[in-house]
Design a protein around this ligand. Structure first.
Ligand code: PRX
Length: 669
């Protein structure tokens, strides 16, 4: 069913005929029943209003559901008022559920913490007071650069509590990447830690913040006034008096009670930067009422959450949108009990995740295909040593899951019993959009299948016309949805151009898709210059600009080549400046060039962006108008026969590249 690269060729997908209906037992107890589709179809806005009112607590009810008059900027529940942190924490305590565990924290060194909703309330209240004491208020931006520890959740909720806008930056991003995100959002406070644990050893975080908040190359001062520092590892940190504040001291000094700040439904909740087709990351921003409605609704129905019984675990870091929607807001708004794990799957041993599942009796597991493929490689005897019988729903997100990995996940992790939900969505959509419903849909390995009740998605051709069943095209979302992005921070035009111009009036997701003979949707990956490496979004342009910022590089082109484990891998083709060429010609020097450039990309963006392979070439294939033909480079990177070269300005280029590749100038880990 799959080729040797682990991805599924388009033509093979239509051959996938297996389907796994839910058991009668599961279907009977499921939160979401088939009539949900009917109800949503009959009155979409009424359906969302019902979800908003039943899932959230509003301090002021809304009178209008959707205002689309300012399209493509939607306003949902606009005259309603609420507070996100109140919905995630306070109301559970007020309803007498304060003793329920919210977070089961498992630190990488094995330290643990159980935090009830009542304890969480005290911590977020103190943190909110501490942020206010630093001068923060409604609408101010706060950058969060933390490991996956409870304080990260508390920091996000504390911002929401005072109406401040958080911008979480993944702890694996470099100082440079952090700086550009801080500057773009004009964040005035950074919340960080001395460090975190990574593969058995403490690793530092604070030095990157110190670097990111210093003056930039032109001497422009950073907007950051204060840096709050969580003590996690106890390692020594440089300290700037007057700017740096210990988190624990600030919280101790703050009162244990705090009144959440009421905001409008359309008040910005967070900014999250994601890669686009140009070098500059986009600050996707989400607002409060619609985002919370859809994250809570999807979390409850797609995962069939029973808050009193389930132990839920989403393995994503809070630095990504999955962590925002399905670690922080969705689960907490629903009053779930969840596992939070700081470490990696193979430290101290390859059974670490399964040990955690067994230890806490995890019932719902949500992870990414790249992790599943890694476990496949490690062998089924690793999970086989642990009792996984508590699991009852498995989820997948971030990239297409190949049928082989889907089957392995179901058989080895789910004992051939658990429904699997393959959930398609994006940073921009805020919440799950296309997914089976676990008690309703007969799941097909490798397909996200159907838009959720309340969501309208289509596969269209070049003219925006829906394709017939059995055909492929572009995935679009044809009606506004509550958790849709409200824009790109500070750049409304870019928002319109990026998402609404390819097919005027319709949101274009950037993904290719196919409808099978039953009309089910199969995602086929990005059709733009965005790559998906281990479920993380990276832009070719961003890595290219990091490469050419090195003095050795004259020109660079980056492609995502299919990779057995990570889905795609970064492959870079670089042309060196003349003065460096001699070095490459000497045997063995090419590897040094590659190592230097990989280190440089790590510094500019972060380790996730470093190319797996760097190929030094003399030419790049370009069209007559000077556009790099990445399609041809992808052919080379994936060891395929090079496709049609007739539009190249110089058709001998590909032959030159192929010749060049026979020299030992390539390097990879
Ligand atoms: O290409 C799609 C892929 O991930 C992209 C969104 O990336 P990001 O904004 O980082 O969000 C990832 C987590 C929601 C999409 O455009 N993608 C996400 N989920 C799936 C997927 N591709 C196929 N199947 C999925 N289930």
């Amino acid at each position: 069913m799959t080729d040797t690269t682990g991805t599924t060729p388009l033509e093979n997908l239509s051959a996938e005929r297996r389907a796994f209906p839910p058991s009668a037992e599961f279907a009977a107890q499921a939160n979401a029943q088939a009539e949900l589709y009917e109800r949503a179809r009959a009155d979409r806005e009424g359906f969302w209003a019902e979800q908003a009112r039943s899932l959230l607590s509003w301090s002021t009810d809304f009178s209008e559901v959707l205002d689309w008059s300012g399209a493509p900027v939607a306003r949902w529940f606009a005259d309603g008022r609420l507070n996100a942190c109140y919905n995630a924490v306070d109301r559970h305590v007020e309803a007498g559920r304060g003793d329920r565990v919210a977070l089961l924290f498992e630190g990488e060194p094995g330290d643990t913490r159980e935090i009830t909703y009542a304890q969480l309330l005290e911590e977020v209240s103190r943190a909110a007071g501490a942020l206010e004491a630093l001068g923060l208020g409604t609408g101010d931006r706060v950058a969060i650069y933390l490991p996956l520890i409870p304080e990260a959740v508390v920091a996000m909720l504390a911002c929401a509590r005072i109406g401040a806008v958080h911008s979480v930056v993944f702890g694996g991003f470099s100082a440079e990447a952090l700086r550009s995100r801080i500057d773009d959002a004009q964040a005035t406070v950074v919340i960080t830690a001395d460090g975190g644990y990574r593969r058995g050893a403490p690793s530092a975080l604070k030095p990157a913040v110190d670097e990111a908040v210093g003056p930039d190359d032109d001497g422009t001062p950073s907007p950051v006034q204060k840096v709050l520092v969580v003590r996690r590892t106890g390692q020594d940190v440089a300290w700037t008096e007057g700017r740096d504040v210990w988190w624990h001291e600030a919280l101790e000094a703050a009162p244990a009670q705090h009144t959440p700040v009421d905001v409008e439904a359309e008040h910005p909740l967070f900014i999250l930067y994601t890669s686009g087709t140009t070098g500059k990351p986009k600050g996707i921003f989400h607002t409060t009422g619609g985002y919370l409605t859809q994250t809570a609704y999807t979390h409850l129905n797609v995962f069939d959450l029973k808050p009193e019984q389930d132990v839920y675990w989403c393995t994503a870091d809070i630095g990504w949108v999955t962590g925002h929607s399905y670690v922080v807001y969705g689960p907490l708004v629903n009053g779930a009990t969840q596992v939070l794990y700081e470490g990696t799957p193979d430290t101290p041993h390859k059974g670490r995740w399964w040990e955690i599942v067994a230890k806490y009796g995890v019932t719902i597991l949500y992870t990414a295909p790249t992790a599943i493929r890694t476990f496949m490689k490690w062998g089924e005897d690793v999970p086989g040593q642990f009792d996984l019988s508590s699991l009852r729903v498995l989820g997948s997100v971030g990239e297409p899951i190949n049928p082989e990995a889907w089957m392995w996940y179901r058989r080895v992790i789910g004992a051939d019993r658990t429904p699997i939900v393959d959930t398609w969505w994006q940073t921009e959509t805020g919440a799950i959009m296309i997914s089976p419903l676990p008690g309703v849909t007969a799941a097909k390995p490798g397909s996200a299948q159907v838009p959720l009740p309340g969501i309208v998605a289509e596969v269209v051709d070049e003219e925006a016309k829906p394709v017939p069943d059995g055909a492929g095209g572009y995935l679009v979302l044809s009606e506004p949805w509550p958790s849709m992005l409200r824009g790109i921070w500070g750049d409304e035009q870019r928002y319109k151009d990026t998402y609404w111009s390819r097919f005027p009036g319709i949101y274009f997701a950037g993904d290719g898709a196919k409808k099978d003979d039953d009309g089910d949707i199969w995602l086929l990956g990005r059709v733009d210059d965005v790559m998906n490496v281990s479920g993380h979004r990276l832009s070719t342009a961003e890595i290219e600009s990091a490469l050419v910022s090195h003095p050795m590089v004259a020109e660079a082109a980056v492609v995502g080549a299919s990779d057995e484990t990570t889905g795609q891998a970064v492959v870079a083709f670089v042309i060196l400046r003349a003065e460096h060429l001699d070095k490459v010609d000497e045997a063995g020097e090419g590897a040094d060039v590659a190592a230097t450039l990989r280190k440089h990309v790590t510094k500019e963006i972060g380790p996730i962006a470093k190319p797996r392979t760097i190929l030094v070439v003399n030419e790049l294939p370009k069209t007559r108008s000077g556009k790099i033909m990445r399609r041809l480079l992808r052919d080379v990177a994936e060891h395929r026969e090079v496709g049609d070269v007739t539009t190249l300005a110089d058709s001998s280029v590909m032959a030159l590249i192929a010749q060049g590749l026979e020299k030992p100038a390539a390097s990879s880990d």
